[in-house]
Design a protein. Structure first.
Length: 164
């Protein structure tokens, strides 16, 4: 949780998948890689937008899953979710890859993973076919998202390498 504030500032700056200040580096199947900033303040990130959202009638806003690396070394591959509405903090969102379920914690319009769950999740993202995320809005709407993992390994590795 100690990295929450810096990442929130970055994610506000780069949502949706990239802002005007972001530099597009490349596309890896369904994932894209961007950088933002310069020098030690540079952030590199892999991003994928939701391919399916439920319920269909809900206003989800932009829904993007990120894996960010910071040139400063604050994080090398930090996964997070950003949605277009406020998440309930008392009902933890969850990411599901295959049979593995990864609990998250919500902070406003973002959700993060406990530090000890990041590596297992990253391994699953790189090996899996699809990521599903379940979340609940502050208005008690239950939401579900699907993200393609095609290209995730190359995109995550590229973002990490750019911010070494």
């Amino acid at each position: 949780m100690s990295r929450l504030i810096p990442l929130m500032a970055v994610m506000l700056a780069v949502a949706p998948a990239a802002s005007a200040q972001s530099k597009a580096i490349g596309r890896y199947n369904d994932w894209r890689v961007y950088t933002e900033g310069e020098g030690r303040s540079m952030v590199c990130f892999a991003a994928v937008e939701a391919s399916d959202m439920a319920p269909k009638a809900a206003d989800h806003g932009e829904v993007t899953f990120y894996v960010a690396a910071f040139k400063s070394g604050a994080a090398t591959s930090q996964p997070s979710l950003r949605v277009g509405y406020s998440l309930r903090s008392d009902l933890a969102p969850a990411a599901i890859v295959g049979r593995d379920r990864f609990p998250m914690y919500a902070a406003g319009q973002e959700a993060f993973f406990p530090d000890d769950r990041e590596k297992p999740l990253l391994d699953a993202l790189k090996k899996g076919q699809e990521l599903r995320v379940e979340a609940t809005s502050v208005k008690d709407a239950r939401m579900a998202y699907h993200f393609s993992l095609k290209g995730s390994r190359d995109a995550i590795d590229k973002a990490k390498a750019l911010c070494k």
